[in-house]
Ligand binder design. Structure first.
Ligand code: DQQ
Length: 469
């Protein structure tokens, strides 16, 4: 595989991805006996969605992963012969247990199935009682799949993502004492289709900072969002409307878990944003976000920070301080180039309307991706309008809210990993996007200010270790 993908200019070098072929949702994230395990939706038959299996990898540091054998495959029993869809891994009193959406037949009829693993989480045995849950017959559902679960005393509780026809997305609540026989308790939360979509994929519910957070990937929004709220008496009551988790264009179907240190860590699938033919020709599709540690901000929003372990990938370092950023004249820090970088820029926006960074920039700007803070709009923008000369790649402008307080510098932390640009700003804004420059010299980094002069306080840049094959 090393030879096969060597020289592929788009294949990420330090964002997790399988040895080859298709990957989508992270599944069954669990910290088990000192190792992190990541399972993922995987098609071993090509770089396109289909014949869903569970791929598997393990790591002791969240960033260097060992690929392990495929954990779950469809069949041979009919209940999951159409695919082993997304799910979770649980510690059932020391017994590693997977719950997943089993799909069957040409219509991919969904149910819930269970498998039990060995202590290394390498081999899995499906339960004879499968399927253990069928969709509730009294609801007219547009979808029924994906899981999140937790324990309360003797009870396991589980939410399943769903859509109620003519109403909206929903999460359906179940409980069990043995993970095999489940009681349906009704919807724990139902959305309005016009606001939050017709079906909620990949629900994830967890307590954080004294609140509860419900993350969903609604159809047809094509991006993950979250509600904060209260979970009590079998109901999740949102504090208000949903907020954006990562509007960068790529991140979908995230899942989180609590590690042994009590951290709430999330990974999300970074979808390709180029033509399917290009994905198939490349022989791989999909990457995982960096591990993000979640916390709650004073305003109730979610803060996502790269796990400190990511810093262990840092190699050669350079630093620049105190550079003037004149209006409209980009500044290229001497010698700074690359497609495998971490950049940490602290910028005083001064009088400028907008300040930021260009990455994956070709010499005279034929291709480049901009990450910029726009003061008046109070937003962080990823501008891909000139990211690539290839018209079959995403070339749009995406934004998320970011208002700097008076005197607060912009702190942009940007991870450039070939086709992945993952940006974190001021501990409260976060966007992951995919870019596919065609020019081999699209390696430049520039700092810029528009509509007034600004000042770079400091820029740290690291080359990042290549850890994927
Ligand atoms: N992907 C899985 C589903 C889930 C969707 C199937 C989200 O379980 O709803 O591959 O990307």
């Amino acid at each position: 595989m090393r030879t096969r993908f060597q020289g592929d200019p788009h294949r990420p070098a330090y964002h997790f991805l399988p040895p080859a072929n298709w990957m989508n949702d992270p599944n069954g994230l669990i910290h088990w006996r000192g190792r992190y395990h990541m399972f993922y939706q995987h098609n071993p038959n090509g770089a396109f969605w289909g014949t869903m299996h569970w791929g598997h990898a393990a790591s002791s540091d969240l960033v260097r992963w060992e690929h392990l054998p495929i954990a779950l495959a469809p069949g041979p029993e009919p209940y999951d012969d159409a695919g082993v869809y997304s799910g979770i891994a649980l510690d059932d009193h020391g017994v590693p247990t997977i719950m997943y959406t089993a799909t069957s037949g040409p219509q991919s009829a969904p149910s819930v199935a269970l498998a039990v693993g060995d202590q290394d989480l390498v081999t899995w045995r499906k339960d004879e009682r499968n399927p253990v849950i069928l969709p509730p017959p009294d609801l007219d559902l547009t979808g029924f799949r994906d899981h999140t679960a937790w324990r309360e005393g003797p009870w396991w509780y589980q939410l399943i993502g769903a859509g109620i026809r003519g109403v909206g997305g929903a999460v359906l609540l179940y409980r069990s004492q043995d993970l095999r026989s489940w009681e349906y308790l009704g919807p724990a939360c139902v959305g309005d289709a016009a606001e939050s979509g017709t079906m909620w994929e990949c629900p994830d519910l967890f307590a954080l900072g004294g609140r509860h957070v419900l993350v969903i990937s609604p159809i047809p929004l094509e991006r993950a969002v979250y509600f904060t709220g209260t979970y009590a008496a079998h109901r999740f009551t949102p504090d208000g409307g949903f907020r954006e988790l990562d509007p960068g264009g790529s991140l979908y179907a995230p899942q989180s878990f609590r590690d042994a240190r009590g951290r709430r860590i999330m990974f999300g699938w970074l979808r390709e944003e180029r033509a399917q033919a290009a994905q198939i020709a490349a022989g791989w599709s999909g990457a995982m976000s960096l591990p993000r540690v979640l916390s709650l901000l004073p305003d109730g929003g979610l803060s996502q920070a790269p796990a400190p372990e990511v810093e262990t990938l840092r190699q050669a370092h350079a630093r620049w301080e105190g550079l003037a950023l004149p209006d409209g004249r980009p500044v290229a820090p001497d010698g700074l180039r690359g497609d495998r970088l971490e950049l940490l820029a602290v910028i005083d926006p001064g009088e400028a309307d907008a300040v930021g960074l260009a990455v994956r920039a070709a010499p005279v700007g034929e291709e480049r991706t901009l990450l910029l803070y726009e003061r008046a709009a109070g937003r962080l923008v990823v501008d891909r309008s000139r990211a690539s000369l290839d018209p079959d790649t995403a070339r749009d402008v995406r934004a998320c809210a970011l208002a700097l307080a008076p005197g607060e510098p912009l702190r942009l932390r940007v991870f450039v990993d070939r086709s992945v640009i993952e940006t974190f700003a001021n501990e409260r804004a976060c966007m992951a996007s995919r870019v596919y420059p065609t020019r081999p010299d699209a390696l430049g980094v520039e700092l810029f200010a528009r509509g007034g002069a600004a000042r770079l306080i400091a820029l740290d840049a690291w080359e990042m270790e290549a850890v994927t094959a």
